[in-house]
Write a protein that binds this ligand. Structure first.
Ligand SMILES: Cc1cc2nc3c(=O)[nH]c(=O)nc-3n(C[C@H](O)[C@H](O)[C@H](O)COP(=O)(O)OP(=O)(O)OC[C@H]3O[C@@H](n4cnc5c(N)ncnc54)[C@H](O)[C@@H]3O)c2cc1C
Ligand code: SF4
Length: 337
């Protein structure tokens, strides 16, 4: 499919980029930021978005840094490519699970261009929406196409398109923050607060803003972290369900446990109560099963992606239990040495 017409600009500084983004006058169909383009260009080909001007972040070196500062934590530029994230020595030392999760996104070719910022800010997806204009005509326009119906939840009052990013659940389980800048200000907020929970407009307050960096605080870097994803084809697909877990033990007892899901709602879903249920107990198979039950209860996949929602929900329970039982087994292995 062809791309719609647009002009392309690649400024060398963040300042120029923000100026172009905030100057929408004379811009037919508006201006949009493009990073690797692996999400946006596909949407443009499907005519889901048709910005008249694209402003690229590719030539801004400051967005491509990865730094570790003792006491502050790990800061990852929004423009870091996923292939660079997966192979970076600092990431592999300080947060190997993040490198592993990046290596599970899409394919080698896509990871070479796709960025961390684009991954976190990718749009939601639905089989009734991610279609060409011709196939789109087969169904009445739904909420996400500015209609007044949802084909997935016919009595629903909102869009239930699914957020399928692989990195967001990990960053949320690690209490990470994002720094964003606009013409007016710069602010640092939690990654979790970016998401609105509405499939139609999945992000809060990102109009006119650019994400510049993500920071994982120092105390999260001491946690055991893991991510598992369920997909149809291991070599390319989006997660149909995914679980990130971060775990801190003190004297053999659980001090903190955070779980966050992806692929099962319009935003990443932190599992409420997982930490409270496990806190103060030795990490055991029973604790793992209890936490997995909570994750299952928090997941509400619908029939708007490939794969059956019952299986996707069960996979959340199975993957959560699997991550935590592996942690139990690794503790036992250390104890028996
Ligand atoms: C075949 C295929 C398979 C895929 N598989 C996966 C998968 O397994 N897991 C997964 O998570 N994703 C997957 N994706 C989606 C996508 O490729 C990745 O999420 C990728 O990381 C997006 O990054 P990008 O830099 O290409 O984003 P872009 O396409 O450039 O941008 C995506 C969105 O984010 C906005 N944006 C980008 N950077 C910034 C910024 N710094 N500040 C503000 N806004 C910004 C853009 O305006 C756009 O709206 C897949 C895509 C394809 C085509
Ligand atoms: S969930 Fe419903 S409203 Fe949202 S894109 Fe799918 S069909 Fe449209």
């Amino acid at each position: 499919m062809n791309l719609p017409r647009f002009t392309y600009h690649s400024p060398g500084s963040l300042k120029e980029c923000i100026a172009m983004l905030s100057d929408q006058k004379d811009q037919k169909n508006g201006t949009q930021v493009i990073a690797g383009g692996s999400d946006l260009l596909v949407r443009m080909k499907l005519r889901l978005e048709t910005p008249g001007r694209l402003v690229s972040l590719s030539d801004i070196p400051a967005l491509k840094d990865i730094t570790y500062l003792p006491g502050k934590g790990l800061t990852i530029g929004a423009g870091v490519a996923l292939s660079a994230l997966a192979s970076d020595a600092v990431i592999q030392e300080k947060c190997p699970a993040l490198a592993d999760a990046a290596a599970l996104v899409a394919t080698n070719q896509i990871r070479t261009v796709a960025t961390v910022g684009g991954n976190i800010l990718q749009n939601t997806r639905c089989r009734y929406y991610n279609r060409s204009p011709v196939w789109g005509k087969a169904v009445a326009p739904c909420f996400k196409r500015n209609g007044a119906v949802c084909h997935v939840v016919p009595r629903g009052k909102r869009c239930f398109a699914v957020y399928q990013g692989d990195l967001a659940p990990l960053l949320i389980a690690l209490n990470a923050t994002v720094t964003t800048v606009s013409k007016k200000d710069a602010e640092e907020v939690s990654v979790e607060s970016l998401y609105s929970g509405d499939g139609k407009t999945p992000f809060n307050d990102m109009a006119g803003r650019i994400a510049t960096a993500f920071t994982i605080p120092e105390d999260s870097l001491t946690m055991q972290v893991a991510y598992r994803k369920y997909r149809l084809r291991g070599g390319i697909d989006f997660p149909l369900a995914g679980v990130a877990a971060s775990l801190k033990l003190h004297n053999g007892l659980v001090e903190d446990l955070r779980l966050c899901l992806t692929g099962v709602a319009s935003c990443p879903v932190p599992v409420k109560g997982a930490g409270e249920t496990a806190k103060g107990k030795p990490l055991s198979r029973d604790v793992a099963r209890e936490a997995a039950k909570l994750a299952y209860a928090a997941a509400h996949p619908l029939a708007n992606l490939e794969g059956d929602p019952v299986t996707r929900r069960s996979m959340i329970r199975i993957m959560t239990e699997d991550i935590l039982i592996k942690a139990v087994d690794s503790i036992k292995a250390v104890d028996s040495r």
